[in-house]
Design a protein around this ligand. Structure first.
Ligand SMILES: [Zn+2]
Ligand SMILES: [Zn+2]
Length: 129
């Protein structure tokens, strides 16, 4: 067990803790191994900014989230290629509308990039079926 406080929205509730998916070889995220997803704003927060943070350090942590980590996170975060919603906006939408959906995106192939473009299930409701 650990205590959680979200530097993004001050919530004490989290959804889950997971290992960091893609490896980032430089910068701040280099030393981030796990993230915890907030149950209120749905953003994945690096564990070092939200796990067992002493209350007197919280403002410092918050500052470093908004000034340093969040701008980087925005660059790497999964985003719909149609509506430009970030993954947390989509998960929040699903949660508010009580839609259970494990996958929030599907990929369409983009030959130029060699990777799939993400399309969210809000843009394509038929993908719910
Ligand atoms: Zn939050
Ligand atoms: Zn979308």
């Amino acid at each position: 067990m650990f205590s959680f406080k979200c530097p993004n929205c001050d919530s004490y509730k989290y959804l889950n803790k997971h290992s960091f998916g893609k490896k980032i070889s430089s910068g701040l995220y280099k030393n981030v191994h796990t993230e915890i997803q907030c149950a209120n704003c749905f953003i994945d927060i690096p564990s070092n900014l939200c796990e067992n943070i002493n209350s007197k350090d919280f403002n410092l942590v918050k500052k470093s989230w908004f000034d340093e980590y969040k701008p980087l996170h925005l660059n790497h975060a999964a985003k719909c290629s149609k509506c430009s919603r970030f993954y947390w906006e989509i998960e929040k939408f699903f949660s508010e509308n009580k839609i259970k959906s494990k996958d929030i995106f599907y990929q369409t192939y983009n030959p130029q990039k060699g990777v799939g473009n993400l399309v969210c299930k809000i843009c394509d409701p038929t993908a719910f079926k």
